[in-house]
Design a protein around this ligand. Structure first.
Ligand code: ACO
Length: 323
């Protein structure tokens, strides 16, 4: 049985760090409110010369380097983003060109904060279907460009950044002991589209628009949706929370992460939390969290890792993999 095994990972963050206190002169808020309600202490904000493509390229180069590969080795690039450089062409194609790659194919995937989980699950299908052998999966976002900087209920929550994985086909025995992607579950339900959306687009307003969110409504649904899809993934893989080495959730809010882990019975010391450092970077949040936990030596080869995300749409999903 073919498995999609992680060969390398990487990340890239904008140079500028914005602390909670930096908002205090801009909107009516405080470091205390932001930390208490979300766990966020700082986020990175892109300068004019830092874009979804440039951050995605930097994360991709770091992932290739850690895999000991070059762009020549890659057949497919999937970029998860909701903040592309242009409406079209796909920013994945721009990254492909920046990498000097003129073979294979590349496309964007749009599932807002769940984008990276959707992209890993999709890459796994291409690999297992024999259509690609080595895939670069990137999550890159510049949400600072779509924030309403006068809206205190959203502007303090998001940040910019990128993360990437290189996945490669490897023969496994078809058991839970295999390395690579072991199970994935994806969900969406457009009935919730007005709870978290951007109020512009090419086919409606002809503008880019700004992020709008009914935070309380999103919060209300988040924990139930996250835990349901994770339990489905555990069921497919025939494991329980105790078998996990690491839980790497979407980094939107520390309270959502804590409540989900508690409901699932995942021990606190197995949860990777980076929302304090990066804020919510949408499709970049899971690969950025992975990069922190790999760099500090927590996630090691052979560890059982659960990725999870929930975002606009709503979309939500989980991927179980052995590192
Ligand atoms: N500073 C100070 N006060 C604020 C701020 C702020 N930055 N923002 C809102 N408030 C006020 C509100 O106006 C409200 O005041 P009121 O009681 O006088 O009306 C009060 O604080 C409480 O507001 P709530 O919205 O009820 O606060 P809550 O505890 O729900 O926290 C938050 C808000 C952080 C947005 C939370 O609801 C949340 O995290 N929601 C989920 C976000 C999420 O997970 N999104 C999914 C992924 S994102 C994606 O897909 C793009």
């Amino acid at each position: 049985m073919i498995r999609s095994v992680v060969r390398g990972n990487g990340a890239a963050l904008p140079r500028r760090i914005m602390k909670n206190a930096d908002f205090e002169g801009m909107v009516e808020t405080s470091d205390e409110w932001i930390v208490q309600r979300t766990g966020i202490r700082q986020r990175h904000v892109a300068a004019d010369d830092e874009t979804t493509a440039s951050l995605g390229e930097a994360a991709a180069r770091a992932a290739l380097s850690s895999a000991g590969m070059t762009p020549a080795d890659i057949d497919l690039i999937i970029l998860a983003t909701s903040t592309p450089n242009n409406t079209f062409p796909a920013t994945a194609v721009e990254i492909q060109n920046r990498l000097g790659m003129h073979h294979g194919f590349a496309f964007d995937m749009q599932a807002v904060c769940s984008g990276f989980v959707y992209a890993v699950a999709t890459a796994d299908l291409y690999i297992r279907g024999g259509l690609a052998k080595r895939v670069l999966v990137i999550g890159s976002e510049t949400f600072s460009r779509i924030l309403d900087w006068n809206d205190r209920s959203t502007c303090v929550l998001f940040g910019d950044g990128a993360g990437a994985l290189v996945l490669e086909a490897e023969e496994g025995v078809g058991a839970i002991t295999d390395r690579g992607v072991l199970a994935a579950s994806l969900r969406s339900d457009g009935v919730h589209k007005d709870k978290l959306f951007v109020d512009g687009g090419p086919s409606t307003t002809g503008t880019v628009g700004h992020l709008r969110m009914e935070g309380r409504e999103v919060f209300k649904h988040a924990v139930g949706m996250i835990t349901d899809v994770i339990e489905a993934t555990f069921g497919d893989a025939g494991i329980t929370a105790e078998d996990l080495d690491w839980f790497v959730p979407h980094q939107a809010n520390k309270r959502i992460i804590d409540a989900s882990a508690k409901k699932l019975g995942i021990a606190e010391q197995k949860v990777v939390v980076t929302v304090d450092l990066h804020g919510n970077t949408s499709a970049a949040s899971v690969p950025l969290a992975l990069s922190v936990a790999v760099a500090d030596g927590r996630i090691k080869k052979g560890d059982l890792v659960l990725l999870e995300a929930m975002g606009g749409g709503f979309t939500w999903g989980a991927v179980l993999l052995r590192w």
